[in-house]
Design a protein around this ligand. Structure first.
Ligand SMILES: [Zn+2]
Length: 275
């Protein structure tokens, strides 16, 4: 299954010492679906990147081959501060306001701070509007990083507020909920319903590389896939094994556990800096 991924790598950029990125070209099928989203479709699952919407560095990607990828301290933004620049020419004023509101929402819930790009700091997130679907680099990796948000009407596709927040949480250093090491205790993956060739999107990370930061598995995480992610037949690919009232794949708001984990990752509790 990895062979296919390697073949599909079309762009790998590296300049000024910034890490090279594994960027995949989106498939025509996904591009067509992104132009005609159906109820329940999540644009970030149709964006053609690893697990749908994560742009990995070469190092992060190769770590996966060793079943070994995740969130070392080096992937956290120094001093809880994320610098950003928005490619405003691609977005309407309303879309820019949604991007800013997503950042403010994370700020209000944590000690993470978003600041406009600082010429003295080479590391920042560039918010692009010219890609297919929505995607993000994962954690602080240095240089110019990306969040890609295909412009949609507000509250649709990549411009659902929850989807924008989802991408920013990737940029802080989080991967998808259902990839965590103990997920098989909480969900069943229905492999026969998964599109052939996309099984890699359901890999697990090892316990010493990913952390749930002391919280239980969270069906209601804004970082969880929908129950029909990568389905070939509209049947479920992820089925909860425990009773839950939460909706997998919700993009309404961060869950309490999402907020807790961001605060733990960035040591906000120790700093007493939450507001
Ligand atoms: Zn994602």
């Amino acid at each position: 299954m990895f062979t296919l991924l390697i073949i599909l790598v079309v762009v790998s950029t590296s300049c000024n010492g910034a890490p090279s990125l594994r960027i995949f070209e989106n498939s025509p099928e996904n591009v067509a679906r992104l132009q005609n989203l159906q109820p329940g479709d999540l644009a970030e699952e149709l964006s053609g990147q690893f697990e749908g919407d994560m742009i990995l560095t070469d190092e992060q990607y190769l770590e996966l081959f060793r079943r070994n990828g995740m969130i070392a301290n080096k992937y956290r933004w120094p001093e809880n501060t994320v610098y950003y620049e928005i490619e405003e020419e691609y977005f309407t004023e309303g879309q820019i306001n949604y991007i800013l509101t997503a950042m403010r929402t994370i700020e209000r819930a944590s000690c993470v701070r978003f600041r406009p790009r600082d010429p003295n700091n080479p590391d920042y997130i560039r918010v692009h509007g010219d890609g297919s679907g929505c995607s993000a680099t994962v954690g602080h990796i240095g240089g110019s990083q990306s969040i890609k948000l295909q412009p949609y009407e507000l509250d649709q596709g990549c411009f659902r507020m929850g989807s924008i927040i989802h991408e920013f949480i990737h940029a802080l250093g989080f991967r998808h909920m259902q990839s965590t090491y103990n997920r098989d205790e909480y969900v069943q993956i229905e492999w026969e319903n998964i599109q052939p060739g996309t099984e890699h999107n359901f890999l697990l990370y090892e316990a010493d590389k990913v952390s749930n930061f002391g919280t239980e598995y969270d069906y209601g995480s804004i970082m969880h896939y929908s129950s029909t992610a990568f389905s070939i037949n509209k049947q479920k690919t992820i089925v909860p094994l425990k009773p839950t009232k939460e909706t997998m794949g919700q993009r309404v708001a961060m869950s309490e556990k999402d907020i807790f984990k961001i605060n733990r990752m960035y040591n906000c509790f120790l700093k007493g800096a939450t507001t």
